[in-house]
Write a protein that binds this ligand. Structure first.
Ligand SMILES: Nc1ncnc2c1ncn2[C@@H]1O[C@H](COP(=O)(O)OP(=O)(O)O)[C@@H](O)[C@H]1O
Ligand SMILES: [Mg+2]
Length: 359
């Protein structure tokens, strides 16, 4: 194993309104709650969910761009300590983040050569002398299949296609010689026709460099194609996990079933539902998330206990698991999911109202 998150939680404070001040209230966005996952060398793990479900926050926590509210991150079995010093730089060398929009992440006034040289220098991998640097630059571009490399080195970002820009961003990440790549929707801004090429490149890197890759996406169909393991996130929590084939072919959690039914683009479906204000179709507010299972207000199979009791993980066959009371006959595998989130938790009064109207 390389990188592990254990019960990681992130709550963002919400700016206080006048009303909050009067009520003496501090509200928080529960962006990520009790998320545990493992990224292993030579495997791709997909993190799938609608926009706003907390996926980017998970990536940013794993990249140590945000401090944790709770839980811990372990790299090669050792707990990672907070702080921005030398250990942070060593961490960043091993865990690199790739963003959705390669145009925004590359500086328009600098060439490919500049971006890659800078990455190599920062990570002490530029070599000694011009010739060695040139060799290392060429190797990076070859690695991401921008060939022949000399045709790309002196180009500016606007002289490249979207797919080529994302390849440069990937090459820059590889400049650190990392063990983990956190790829946050790496192809969702790209033309459909070139997405597969970039995903295949990542797959090739996984195999050849034995990288551990976290592949964040709202497109569960691409997870099946590309990822070994798939985790499904809803409203800040991971609700299902298992090998990608099983999760996509035999989804256990009603939310995963909904995602697959609304594929290929759950984001679009969610946006439409929101526009129509159907009331039942949109993800909940993360400021005051529903008690019990966060999916229960939308779940066609919700039972009474789903409204009040947070479901723990239940193990199914072949390593698949789901945090859903439908599987309560199975084996419970804990992960401390039931602590502090009972019906008596925060905002109980508001939720009481909802409970009554739903009953
Ligand atoms: N820096 C931040 N400050 C406050 N709220 C944030 C911040 N970053 C993300 N959030 C909130 O956290 C929730 C999850 O966001 P995000 O992780 O970006 O989801 P996703 O990547 O799945 O679309 C959203 O409600 C978002 O508004
Ligand atoms: Mg995101």
């Amino acid at each position: 194993m390389v990188l592990e998150a254990r019960s990681v939680t992130k709550h963002f404070p919400v700016r206080r309104t006048g009303r909050d001040l009067v009520a003496g209230r501090r509200r928080t966005v529960h962006a990520v709650d009790d998320v545990s996952l493992e990224l292993r060398r030579g495997t791709v793990t997909a993190l799938v969910g609608e926009s706003g479900s907390g996926k980017s926050t998970v990536a940013r926590l794993l990249a140590r761009l945000h401090p944790l509210t709770g839980g811990e991150i372990r790299l090669d079995g050792a707990a990672v300590k907070a702080g921005r010093g030398r250990s942070f730089r060593a961490y960043v060398r091993r865990v690199q983040l790739i963003f959705q929009d390669p145009f925004a992440s590359l500086n328009p006034v600098h060439t490919v050569r500049y971006h890659l040289t800078r990455a190599l220098r920062i990570h002490g991998r530029a070599g000694s002398g011009e010739a060695e640097l040139e060799e290392n630059l060429t190797a990076l571009l070859n690695r991401v299949q921008l060939t022949p490399p000399h045709q790309y080195l002196d180009r500016f970002p606007h002289e490249l296609s979207g797919g080529q820009r994302q390849r440069v961003a990937i090459a820059r990440a590889l400049g650190a010689d990392p063990q983990v790549l956190l790829a946050d929707e790496p192809v969702s801004m790209l033309d459909v026709s070139i997405r597969l090429g970039v995903l295949n490149l990542l797959k090739d890197l996984k195999d050849r460099l034995r990288l551990a890759i976290l592949y964040i996406t709202h497109d569960i169909a691409s997870a099946r194609y590309f990822a070994d393991t798939t985790l499904v996130m809803y409203a800040g929590r991971i609700v299902e996990g298992g090998d990608s084939e099983t999760v996509t072919q035999r989804p256990a959690h009603p939310y995963t079933q909904l995602l697959i039914a609304s594929a290929p683009d759950p984001d679009r479906v969610a946006a439409e539902a929101e526009q129509e204000e159907t009331g039942g179709g949109e993800p909940p507010s993360l400021i005051d998330p529903p008690p019990g299972c966060r999916f229960h207000p939308r779940c066609p199979k919700a039972m009474e206990r789903c409204r009040t009791e947070l479901p723990p993980r239940f193990d199914l066959e072949g390593g698949q698991w789901a945090a859903c009371w439908l599987y309560a006959d199975g084996t419970e595998t804990g992960h401390g999911t039931e602590t502090g989130h009972g019906a008596a938790g925060h905002g109980a009064a508001g939720h009481g109202l909802r409970k009554e109207s739903a009953a």
